[in-house]
Design a protein around this ligand. Structure first.
Ligand SMILES: Cc1cc2nc3c(=O)[nH]c(=O)nc-3n(C[C@H](O)[C@H](O)[C@H](O)COP(=O)(O)O)c2cc1C
Length: 193
């Protein structure tokens, strides 16, 4: 199973990216193949000037096209998702998420903006043709402790870890179901956990 994990924060020392990395480790431990895309690494001029011909735009769209499922993480910025994530999403083909299952994640300073997942991010993912958008996981900053060293695992509050575990179980189950619905897939697929 090929997952693309998309980090939507403009910062390098990022809580939402750390949360996403925690998910990456879990998916890999469960037998998933994980690719990573940090939107902050996409050429900034291409994003700001809507340069659709820039190779970064084509490369990231191709990376997305190869994924069976997507986990996308964003910080809450001014009661919405990050601007850099929007700038990149705007550059994608209209059906970029067609046939894909998406798990959205967000981190915010306070719990008051958890509806960003449903009222801001979800409609955009829907407009890109996502087949199934799972219930998202929202974390407050207090629930995500950034590791001192980049390579160390992120520390998550227990309640958050449980919600993440539930979300990943749902993600795998949804992917199993969707494979059963598409028996015409001629390519041999690896077994799912
Ligand atoms: C420009 C900016 C705007 C923010 N706006 C909000 C907000 O509206 N609501 C909120 O709960 N947190 C807000 N925050 C806090 C971030 O969402 C929070 O710290 C988040 O975990 C940062 O994620 P990151 O480290 O991945 O960038 C804001 C932070 C910044 C820098």
């Amino acid at each position: 199973m090929a997952f693309l994990l998309i980090a939507g924060s403009p910062t390098s020392h990022s809580r939402s990216a750390a949360l996403l990395e925690g998910v990456a480790r879990q998916l890999q431990a469960q037998g998933g193949t994980v690719a990573r895309l940090a939107v902050r690494d996409v050429n900034a001029q291409a994003l700001l000037h809507a340069d659709f011909s820039h190779p970064d735009i084509a490369a990231t769209a191709a990376q997305l096209a190869q994924a069976e499922a997507v986990v996308i993480a964003t910080p809450v910025y001014k009661a919405a998702y990050s601007g850099v994530l929007k700038a990149w999403l705007d550059m994608l083909p209209q059906a970029a998420l067609q046939g894909k299952t998406v798990l959205p994640l967000a981190t915010g300073g306070s719990p008051h903006h958890m509806l960003v997942l449903d009222y801001a991010l979800r409609p955009v993912l829907q407009s890109l043709g996502a087949r199934h958008i799972l219930a998202g996981v929202y974390a407050t900053d207090a629930q995500v402790q950034l590791p001192a060293e980049a390579a160390a695992p992120v520390q998550l509050a227990e309640a958050l870890q449980q919600r993440l575990d539930d979300a990943l179980r749902t993600l795998w189950s949804e992917l199993r179901t969707s494979r059963r619905r598409q028996p015409s897939d001629s390519v041999a697929q690896p077994a799912l956990p």
